[in-house]
Design a protein around this ligand. Structure first.
Ligand code: AKG
Ligand code: FE2
Length: 392
């Protein structure tokens, strides 16, 4: 152990938290720091009007830092240097390396990799290996956490992903206060301080190039696709745009920032979404919460007064957003979920359930915004991001 300081914590994270973090990642990710890797970093959440989505990460960041400090005997000495939700898709891998192996990474002292998806079930390949010492191989399973020093006592690699998507929450820790991630994030919050007052909670896209994904099998950059559209498509849905945008010669990617509707099998849902990210986030929320919807159905219809008709009766003033079909995005995002079984109990898709998900998503986001408004002054006061209990 002294030669290879590391700690494996099976089941450190609850299934519920893993599912929530998967929801956040899938509905907000942008192209990552390496090819074929997508990531959701906290500064990106702030920049895309989704700073409230940092809140589900606050507790686990604190817990992991405490665990790392305790294990390595450096209580109160560490800062979080980086937090990222990361997904690796088919074709990605990383060879033998230590996590501090570049001059610009020397500040990284410890790593924590939290697995959010299950080997075999959600993806194939993607085993983690240490070059020396025990445990030698980690088979990623949702909830498990691997902690190790970032230096050359823990040289490791990850096998190529051969199917599906492999999701992690990855953190690095440093002793160097000048790399404190919290301080950097709090600066971004102050730049965007107007958000607190406007209570804005609709996601806003980053520049288009941050969503352009070129899978490993394709060498030419233009042969890729926009992940905002591709994930919606892989979930079995289409995006529809009003004909009023017909004569404008925009690129298809630019349309993703316009008000859009969601459709499926030729039917169009009545609600208008502010943009593709908004529509996709609600869809991912539905995938996440699908199995709970049945239980809350009667309660919801009482409080939200749901209407019986959810679909547009006249669909002629909308057209489907088409993207060039270079290849099938389902081959990359295949594990998102099977088209006809949103709920664990395999209920068929139902637009009225989806309509409830829209209302529940708004409740969820408003709850997080309230918590953010309470937490932010405390975070700024103390210069760090921590769990602030809501007043009774
Ligand atoms: O995801 C993992 O298991 C490890 C990833 C890794 O080695 C890295 O990002 O440096
Ligand atoms: Fe690594």
């Amino acid at each position: 152990m002294a030669d290879h300081p590391r700690l494996f914590l099976p089941g450190f994270m609850s299934t519920q938290l893993c599912e929530e973090l998967k929801f956040i990642h899938k509905s907000n990710c942008a192209v990552g720091y390496r090819p074929h890797v997508l990531s959701t970093i906290l500064s990106h959440l702030i920049a895309t009007n989704s700073s409230h989505l940092i809140l589900p990460l606050v507790d686990i960041r604190e817990k992991l830092k405490e665990r790392v400090e305790e294990f390595f005997g450096c209580e109160f000495e560490l800062f979080i240097e980086f937090t990222g939700l990361i997904s690796w898709s088919c074709g990605s891998s990383i060879g033998w390396h230590s996590d501090d192996n570049r001059p610009y990474l020397k500040q990284r002292h410890f790593a924590a990799v939290c697995y959010l998806s299950n080997h075999s079930e959600d993806f194939k390949g993607g085993l983690f290996h240490f070059q020396e010492g025990e445990p030698a191989t980690i088979v990623p399973m949702a909830g498990d956490v691997l902690i190790y020093t970032a230096d050359d006592r823990n040289i490791h690699c990850v096998d190529e992903i051969t199917e599906g998507e492999r999701l992690t929450l990855t953190l690095w820790f440093t002793r160097d206060i000048s790399y404190d991630e919290d301080a950097k994030l709090l600066n971004l919050f102050s730049l965007n301080s107007k958000d607190e007052d406007t209570k804005s909670w609709i996601p806003l896209s980053a520049p288009n190039n941050m969503y352009w994904f070129s899978p490993s099998s394709l060498t030419e950059h233009h042969l890729g696709y926009d992940i905002r559209w591709a994930r919606v498509h892989a979930l079995g849905f289409d995006l529809y745009i009003s004909n009023e945008f017909e004569d404008v010669a925009w690129e298809p990617c630019d349309m993703l920032d316009k008000p859009l509707k969601l459709g499926r099998e030729g039917k169009i849902f009545g609600k208008e979404f502010a943009n593709a990210l908004h529509a996709h986030q609600v869809l991912e929320f539905y995938r996440w919460k699908g199995s709970e919807l049945q239980a809350s159905k009667s309660k919801m219809s009482a409080t939200h007064g749901l209407e019986r008709t959810h679909l547009l009766s006249d669909i002629t003033s909308y057209r489907k957003l088409a993207f060039p079909a270079y290849f099938e995005p389902k081959s990359v995002f295949s594990e998102s979920f099977p088209i006809n079984s949103y709920c664990q109990n395999m209920q068929p898709f139902d637009w009225s359930d989806f309509s409830m998900a829209v209302a529940l998503w708004e409740d969820y986001v408003h709850g997080l915004r309230r918590k953010l408004v309470t937490s932010l002054p405390q975070w700024k006061l103390h210069g760090s991001i921590f769990n602030v209990p809501l007043p009774e």
